[in-house]
Ligand binder design. Structure first.
Ligand SMILES: Cc1cc2nc3c(=O)[nH]c(=O)nc-3n(C[C@H](O)[C@H](O)[C@H](O)COP(=O)(O)OP(=O)(O)OC[C@H]3O[C@@H](n4cnc5c(N)ncnc54)[C@H](O)[C@@H]3O)c2cc1C
Length: 416
C-alpha cells in the first residue's frame, strides 16, 4: 500500500524525517536479517517458549541483540531527551513506531524501547543509579520492569500494599507484584511502594536490581499472548541504599503517571503500524486467493472486510496524530502540565487504537480463512496481542470512566 503523504496533516519534523529514513535502512540492513536468521533455526514463531513458560532463550537473545544493534545505530530511545536519546516528540515517535510495527510482531519491534526499556523515568534515577546502571540500559544490554500492579491492586493502584521502611541509612522493601512485563528476565525493577505511615496517594518509587537478596522472580504468568514475558516479582525484606529512590520519597505518583502516559501515548504508532501490516497483507491475499473461479476480493463480503479495516486504520492514524501533536505542544512527558484535557486525550487515543486494532486483526484473520489462524501466518499473534492491549496501562473501562468524568466536570462547571 502506498506510504502516506506527509505534506499534509501532522508531518514529522526534519529530525523525525531523518530518523525515519534511518529506521527504514536499519530494518532492511540489520533487523530483518537478524529475525530471518533466527526463524531459519527455530521456525516462524517469535514467541517460542522454554518448558517453564519463559520466552525462549533464543528469543530473549534476539531481543537483546536487536535492542543493542538499534542502540548502536542511535535508534533505540528516540523519545528521550539528548544525550540519553534523540529528543524526538510524540508525533515523530509515532512515525518511527508505525514504520517498525508495519513489520508485524516477528522481532523487529524490539528495536525501539518498549515498556521494559528506557522511559522518561530514567531522568529521575539518582546520580548513583544513572552512573552505575544507565549505560547498559540505554545500550539495550539490560531491561527494567515497571512494577505497580499487585494481586489486590490493579485499576485501583492506590490500594497497593508493597511497603518500604527506613532502617538507618537503608530502606527495607516488602511486597508482591504480579502481571509484570519482563519479570522472567529483567535485571532491574522500578517498584512502586508506600513508605510506612504515608498517605494513600503518597507513593515512592525504588530502582531494585533483581539479583538483590530477597527478590524472587516467578512464576511466569502465561497470558493470552503466550509470550512468556509476564510474571510475578516478590520482595521479601529487600535492603536498598538511599540511592535506590527514584525521584523523591513520597513523590512516586507523578512518576507512575509519567510512565503510564508514555505507555498510553505509544499505542498510536504501534496500533497504526500493526493495522497497516494486517491491511497490506489482507488486501494482497484477497487479490491472489481464488475461490469459485474469482479472487476472493471480488466478493462483496470480503471487500467490505477490507474497507472496514481501512476505515479503522485511517481513523486511528488521524486521531493519534491529532492528539499527539497537542500532547507535544503541552510537553506532557517532559514535565508539562497534564490537565483534564490531556488525560482525556490520552484515554481517547488508547481506547480507540486498542479497540480498532482488535477489529482490524479479527478481520485480517477472517479474510485469510483457515490460514489466518495458523501461528506461522503471524496474524493470530497480532489478534492476541491486540486483545491484551485493552487491559494493561489502564483498562478500556477505566479510560472511558476518565473520559466521562472529564466531560462531566466541564458540564458541572458550565454556567446555567
Ligand atoms: C500482559 C500484561 C502485562 C502487564 N504489565 C504490567 C506491568 O509491566 N506493570 C504493572 O504494574 N502492571 C502490568 N499489568 C497489569 C495491568 O496494568 C492490570 O491488569 C490492569 O491495570 C487491570 O488491573 P486488574 O487486572 O487488577 O483488574 P481489575 O482492576 O480488578 O479490574 C477488573 C475489571 O473491573 C473493571 N473496573 C475496575 N475498576 C473500575 C472502575 N472504576 N470503573 C469501571 N470498571 C472498573 C476493569 O476495567 C476490569 O474490567 C499487565 C497486565 C497484563 C495483562
Amino acid at each position: 500500500m502506498t506510504a502516506p503523504d506527509f505534506s499534509r496533516g501532522y508531518p514529522p519534523s526534519d529530525a523525525g524525517r531523518h530518523a525515519l529514513e534511518h529506521v527504514r535502512e536499519f530494518i532492511a540492513a540489520q533487523a530483518l536479517p537478524m529475525v530471518e536468521e533466527v526463524e531459519r533455526v527455530i521456525g516462524p514463531t517469535a514467541f517460542a517458549l522454554e518448558p517453564d513458560g519463559r520466552l525462549a532463550d533464543a528469543m530473549v537473545d534476539l531481543k537483546r541483540r536487536m535492542q543493542q544493534a538499534s542502540a548502536d545505530a542511535g535508534l533505540y530511545c528516540p523519545h528521550l531527551p539528548a544525550p540519553d536519546g534523540l529528543g524526538l516528540g510524540l508525533v515523530d515517535t509515532f512515525y518511527l513506531q508505525e514504520e517498525i510495527y508495519r513489520h508485524g510482531l516477528r522481532g523487529v519491534q524490539w528495536m525501539i524501547a518498549w515498556t521494559d526499556g528506557p522511559s522518561h523515568l530514567v531522568l529521575y534515577w539518582s546520580p548513583e543509579a544513572r552512573e552505575r546502571r544507565l549505560g547498559d540500559f540505554l545500550a539495550g544490554r539490560t531491561n527494567v520492569a515497571f512494577a505497580l500492579t499487585e494481586p489486590g491492586a490493579g485499576s485501583d493502584a492506590l490500594a497497593l500494599e508493597t511497603s518500604a521502611r527506613r532502617d538507618g541509612d537503608a530502606w527495607i522493601l516488602r511486597g508482591v507484584k504480579h502481571l509484570i512485563t519482563g519479570a522472567p528476565f529483567v535485571e532491574l525493577a522500578q517498584v512502586i511502594a508506600r513508605v510506612d505511615g504515608a498517605g494513600r496517594g503518597e507513593l515512592t518509587a525504588f530502582l531494585v536490581p533483581v539479583d538483590t537478596p530477597g527478590v524472587t522472580r516467578g512464576p511466569v504468568q502465561q497470558t493470552i499472548m503466550s509470550d512468556g514475558q509476564t510474571g510475578v516479582l516478590t520482595f521479601e525484606d529487600v535492603r536498598l541504599p538511599d540511592s535506590a529512590v527514584v525521584g523523591r520519597e513520597g513523590n512516586g505518583l507523578p512518576l507512575v503517571f509519567t510512565w503510564i502516559n508514555w505507555a498510553r501515548s505509544r499505542r498510536g504508532g504501534m496500533c497504526s503500524g500493526l493495522a497497516w501490516h494486517c491491511l497490506d497483507r489482507s488486501a494482497d491475499y484477497a487479490a491472489r486467493r481464488r475461490a469459485f473461479g474469482r479472487p476472493i476480493g471480488d466478493f462483496g463480503a470480503v471487500a467490505e472486510r477490507l474497507s472496514d479495516m481501512y476505515l479503522d486504520w485511517r481513523a486511528m492514524r488521524a486521531l493519534s496524530l491529532d492528539i499527539l501533536s497537542g500532547l507535544d505542544a503541552a510537553d506532557v512527558l517532559g514535565g508539562g502540565r497534564v490537565g483534564a484535557a490531556e488525560r482525556r486525550d490520552l484515554s481517547t487515543l488508547k481506547t480507540w487504537c486498542d479497540e480498532a486494532l482488535l477489529r482490524v486483526a479479527d478481520r485480517a484473520i477472517q479474510v485469510h480463512g483457515g490460514r489466518g489462524l495458523l501461528a506461522e501466518t503471524g496474524l493470530e499473534r497480532i489478534y492476541r496481542v491486540a486483545r491484551n492491549l485493552r487491559i494493561p496501562a489502564g483498562t478500556t473501562e477505566i479510560q472511558r470512566a476518565m473520559i466521562a468524568e472529564s466531560l462531566a466536570s466541564e458540564y458541572r462547571t458550565a454556567p446555567d
